[in-house]
Design a protein around this ligand. Structure first.
Ligand code: ZN
Ligand code: ZN
Ligand code: FE
Length: 758
């Protein structure tokens, strides 16, 4: 038995969809419900796996004459075991009258027109219809009318107007409707900011430069991309140099699925995701001899790929007929730039020219990122194509979650709907914080949300926390990892009692230490107990250790072996420091100066990566752990390393296990010095981490285990843990529609408010 939740949005009103779903479910003996939402259906069905498959198949194939489905999100949630299938009426008051579609990838019908030389929209980069095109990125205010979008300044020509006013036309009330005669145009600017071409000539000029290995700033749907030929080593190297982005993988846009398949392994499900109206970046395992430059994703076994999703992208990719790098048009980790003036000013030294257009982007929206993991579709970055579709719950608060620091976003609950804002990014820069504040007002205004209360991270210094305090709201601080817990719980429609394994980089703990390797139990009464965590270890130099895993490796070694270990030059973390540095560090460790303690699992991965000599200094978030994962070579008969669980007696009213990793570090060092291949050591280390989760899960006596936090973006860790726990009879859940990383914090905060503050 399984239960699925299905969000169905599209042009389905008044076509008898609810009775169809009802009869279909009944005929297959499924239980659950179907509920009308403003523009779609919220369906939950429970039954035998085979019947559910049949249900999905028939839902897609036999549905009443539906013109188009914008959103077909399906994911597995916890079973409920009801007997009947019902039609639920949403209460009028809870219905969101404010419904905005996300930006949707070009539909098949528009695509045909764009490449039909006889069509009046032949090669027109702003072709769209009611089934596709910009929405969220162009709307200024509701109602969704042309005059309330950035298309306002373009007056429709008679032919477009006819389409717009004809109820039988595909463009009936398509607000961004446009054609070459009346709509937006593209322009080519030199890097000095001089406009030299328009329309077809502008496109040709950009393509000519890309063919020559140049770098172009491209104004797209939700902001700027920086693009170049992905097969050209020199171009990619130049882009890395100019962007100051050493190794973080670049996203790619391919001309077609066939071209993607030549470079990556691709399942049927993954094809569907790539070609959906959401058209996200999908992380795929790359083939050995892929066609793009190795500089696209150095030392990475995956490629992040997407298909063209606007007519402009389709035209360019078709002409070029090879994959391009399509990375965010920004400086470092700032939000993407949406306005050509700013782009030409700030990206001047990055680009050899700009292909822009005169349709204003009202708000930025990044490409979403998805990966297929543990047999499910997991959204790692929620933005274009998904935002602002709400998440429908059976809760009823009016509240706001201010989020965290990294990968930030904001979540609003308005009755039964939870709106998660688009990905904003790390709140490190002033620009990011500026955008963050803008989005807060933006969502409040667009969706007419007036939160009565809010939740922010326990960390007192996050800009998001400060901002929360500037609002006149009743505030509830929430510990970072507890937010992860609630995000994953609600995402899976599960309820306590449960065990939550929350592993990530860092988050401030209730004891002022830096947490990140936590096990919580959540009781039926919503009582939280931290039942286990890692034995704390020092982060030498504090924050600096995150950038330099050698500091973590050295800290682990020092804690395990004492000061004598600093003489062992054959150990990579020791070798990575100069003698004078080691002296200073010894002093810091002995006197406990600037060596805060952490229980972070993510940092443990970093530390082991350093001890094995894989990575001593990172150039992007998570790199040391990612490269440790990619080093894994599975070998039969390898066993996990030893570790011990020390019972710490009573703490917070329950027994607490301290997970001691010293034995593991001793064995890793021994194996390393014995010249055991680091690939096998990495494998054994990962097995050990899985074993730790298994042992604590057994000790917890819970039946349901949820896995959340950035560490569970590690494919091996997630899948092995799931497999191992399921073998032991546990029910395992992990994030699907809400990211397991800090992109899930804001959502977790608003969910928690429904349960915790009472
Ligand atoms: Zn269309
Ligand atoms: Zn027109
Ligand atoms: Fe986190």
């Amino acid at each position: 038995m399984k239960r699925l939740r299905i969000y169905l949005n599209g042009i389905i009103q008044g076509v008898g969809m609810r009775p169809f779903v009802f009869n279909l479910a009944k005929s297959l003996g499924l239980s659950g419900f179907v509920q009308n939402t403003t523009e779609g259906l919220n369906i939950e069905v429970e039954g035998e796996e085979e019947d559910l498959k049949e249900f999905l198949k028939k839902l897609k194939e036999e549905k009443p004459k539906i013109s188009y489905i914008f959103r077909f999100e399906v994911w597995e949630i916890e079973k409920r075991g009801e007997k009947n299938f019902e039609i639920i009426e949403s209460s009028e008051s809870e219905k969101t009258e404010t419904y905005i579609l996300p930006d949707l990838a070009t539909c098949e019908f528009c695509l045909k027109e764009i490449f039909d030389p006889k069509d009046r929209r032949y090669r027109y980069p702003f072709t769209n219809c009611t089934l596709c095109g910009p929405r969220f990125s162009i709307i200024k205010t509701l109602p969704y009318d042309r005059k309330n979008t950035t298309m306002f300044e373009f007056e429709m020509c008679p032919e477009c107007k006819n389409e717009y006013e004809n109820p039988k036309d595909r463009r009936f009330h398509a607000q961004p409707n446009a054609c070459p005669l009346c709509g937006p145009k593209v322009f080519f600017y030199t890097k000095e900011g001089e406009k030299i071409f328009e329309g077809e000539e502008a496109i040709k000029k950009a393509e000519e430069l890309i063919n020559k290995g140049k770098i172009i700033g491209l104004k797209g749907l939700g902001g700027f991309h920086i693009i170049c030929n992905a097969k050209n080593d020199k171009a990619v190297a130049l882009l890395r140099e100019r962007k100051g982005r050493k190794e973080k993988p670049f996203a790619l846009m391919y001309p077609s699925l066939e071209e993607i398949e030549k470079d990556c392994f691709l399942s049927e499900k993954e094809r569907e995701i790539l070609s959906s109206p959401q058209a996200p970046i999908l992380l795929l395992k790359s083939r050995k001899n892929f066609s793009v430059s190795p500089l696209v994703a150095p030392r990475n076994l995956c490629l992040g790929v997407m298909l063209p999703y606007t007519p402009l992208h389709h035209i360019i990719l078709k002409d070029l007929n090879y994959p391009i790098v399509a990375t965010s048009g920004n400086l470092s980790e700032e939000p993407i730039i949406t306005e050509e003036g700013e782009a030409m000013l700030r990206l001047k030294n990055l680009c050899d020219g700009f292909l822009v257009h005169n349709r204003k982007i009202e708000r930025h929206i990044d490409d979403s990122i998805v990966r297929f993991m543990g047999g499910k579709e997991v959204i790692l970055r929620r933005a274009r194509g998904y935002v602002p579709f709400p998440f429908i719950t059976n809760l009823g608060n009016n509240s706001v979650g201010f989020g965290g620091f990294l990968k930030s976003n904001i979540a609003f609950q308005k009755g039964e709907n939870i709106f998660v804002s688009q990905h904003i990014g790390d709140l490190e820069t002033e620009k990011a914080f500026f955008v963050y504040k803008k989005i807060y007002e933006d969502f409040k205004g667009l969706f007419k949300i007036n939160p009565e209360e809010g939740s922010h991270d326990l960390h007192p210094d996050f800009p998001s926390t400060n901002f929360a305090h500037s609002q006149n709201l009743k505030l509830y601080p929430l510990q970072h990892h507890i937010s992860h817990l609630f995000s994953c719980m609600e995402d899976n429609g599960t309820k306590p009692p449960l065990l939550a394994v929350i592993w990530d980089g860092t988050g401030l703990g209730e004891d002022k230490n830096i947490w990140g390797g936590e096990f919580f139990t959540l009781s039926r009464e919503f009582e939280i107990k931290r039942i286990a965590h890692f034995y704390p270890f020092p982060l030498i130099g504090g924050e600096k250790a995150i950038e330099e895993p050698k500091r973590i490796g050295l800290g682990l070694l020092y804690k395990t072996f004492g000061p004598k270990i600093l003489e062992k030059k054959e150990l990579p973390p020791v070798k990575a420091f100069k003698d004078e540095e080691l002296k200073i560090i010894t002093n810091m460790l002995e006197k406990n100066i600037n060596c805060p303690l952490t229980t972070s699992a993510g940092r443990l991965f970093d530390g082991v990566s350093s001890i094995l000599g894989i990575r001593q200094r990172i150039t992007y978030e998570g790199q040391a752990a990612i490269e440790l994962e990619f080093a894994i070579r599975e070998k039969e008969n390898e066993k996990p390393y030893n570790f011990s669980l020390k019972k710490q007696g009573e703490e917070n009213g329950g027994s607490v296990f301290m997970i001691s990793w010293e034995e593991m570090v001793i064995s890793i060092v021994e194996d390393f010095l014995r010249k055991k291949p680091i690939q096998n050591i990495s494998y054994k280390f990962h097995l050990t981490m899985v074993e730790i989760i298994k042992e604590i899960s057994k000790a917890s006596k819970e039946r349901v285990v949820i896995l959340s936090g950035g560490c569970f973006q590690n494919l091996f860790l997630l899948e092995k843990t799931k497999e191992t726990l399921e073998k032991e009879g546990f029910v395992v859940y992990f994030n699907q529609r809400i990211p397991p990383n800090d992109g899930g914090i804001a959502f977790g905060q608003v969910v928690a408010l429904n349960y915790l503050k009472k």
